[in-house]
Design a protein around this ligand. Structure first.
Ligand code: UT7
Length: 326
């Protein structure tokens, strides 16, 4: 059976660490509150002068290297991001140029925290259709540049980073067994940036009103995350004739440890089966799953045939799940 398979992974995270203690100096918060309510202890912040395409390119190079590919031979570059280098053109074209695969397909995909699963789903369809054999999917966010550093309810949550996978065809039975992607635009207002688009172009007033930063109704997003990610996981298992006991590891979007604990409870699995790195990176949106995957792969924690279950939910609301036979 022809499947798409992840043949290499890579990640690039900024060197600069911002701890909860650092945040205590910026907004009215405490390490105790952040740890108890989110599980996050520190996050990475990109240095001035570097941008989204820089981290994305580094992660993509490493993923290609792990796959044994020259980046120049990539046929399609998909960048999942809500923090592009510029409003247009796509960040993917800058990444493509830096990688040297000019002439390949290159585009961005906006599905926020679900962006990596959306990107994988598109790559999987391209590969199974025979359209491309060498696809790089990158989840990358520099959320520190769009977060309101005066809003304690959001600025403590996010971090910067990039993760990438090199995907190609495989007939051994290993690879992407399924992807399910969903959205419900009636929840768009729960997590959005009101300003800076065609609806509210940037003016001195919109800047003063801080309309160009992330606004979030955390409780609403939390409730949807638990419910919809659990439902998407159940759907993924059913589509593959699996039960949760067949899954070796759940690699879920890293937003909040309490969301992951509630998800584990709904799926009836112990937390040992849910990968956790949000304590080190915070919520890196579309980058969280590929960063986690690269850590797992490079730490030798993944074995051929392992069954992985991915899930994520974010702005849109957009969410999804995937089953991978590693
Ligand atoms: O990636 C996908 C998108 N995002 C998410 O998945 C995030 C989902 N939501 C969440 O993770 C949680 O809703 C938050 C962590 C954002 C907030 O946690 P919560 O338990 O829902 O807190 P809350 O917003 O209900 O606020 C509880 C209290 C409030 O005080 P009062 O009104 O009870 O007096 C807040 O003002 O905590 C206060 N608070 C803070 N206190 C200290 C909010 N942020 C902070 C803070 N430090 N940073």
């Amino acid at each position: 059976m022809l499947r798409s398979r992840i043949l290499g992974t890579g990640r690039s995270v900024p060197a600069t660490v911002m701890t909860n203690a650092d945040l205590e100096k910026i907004v009215d918060t405490s390490d105790a509150w952040i740890v108890e309510r989110t599980g996050i202890r520190e996050r990475r912040i990109l240095e001035e002068g570097r941008t989204t395409s820089d981290l994305a390119t580094e992660a993509a190079r490493l993923a290609c290297q792990a796959a044994g590919w020259d980046p120049k031979t990539l046929e399609c570059v998909i960048v999942a991001t809500i923090t592009p280098d510029v409003p247009m053109p796509a960040t993917a074209v800058y990444v493509q140029d830096k990688l040297g695969c000019n002439g390949s397909a290159a585009f961005d995909l906006v599905a926020a925290c679900a962006g990596f699963i959306y990107g994988m789903s598109v790559a999987d369809a391209f590969i199974r259709a025979g359209q491309y054999r060498r696809v790089c999917v990158i989840g990358v966010e520099i959320v520190s540049r769009i977060v309101d550093w005066t809003d304690r309810s959001t600025c403590i949550l996010f971090g910067d980073g990039a993760g990438a996978v090199a995907m190609g065809p495989d007939e051994s039975g290993r690879g992407v067994a399924s992807t399910h992607i969903y959205a419900d635009g009636s929840g768009a207002e729960h997590l959005h940036i009101p300003g800076g688009g065609a609806r509210m172009p940037a003016t001195a007033d919109t800047l003063r009103e801080r309309q160009h930063y992330i606004k979030m109704n955390g409780r609403q997003v939390f409730a949807h995350a638990v419910r919809n990610m659990a439902a998407a996981c159940e759907e993924a298992l059913a589509a593959n004739g699996l039960t949760i006991n067949d899954i070796d590891l759940v690699v879920a979007h890293q937003a909040n440890i309490r969301i992951l604990e509630s998800l584990a409870e709904r799926l009836n699995i112990p937390m040992e089966k849910v990968y956790l790195n949000l304590q080190y990176y915070g919520n890196t949106s579309s980058a969280s799953i590929p960063i986690a995957l690269d850590e797992l792969a490079r730490d030798g924690k993944l074995h051929p045939g392992d069954k992985l279950l991915f899930c994520a939910l974010g702005a849109g609301l957009a969410w999804g799940s995937a089953v991978i036979y590693w």
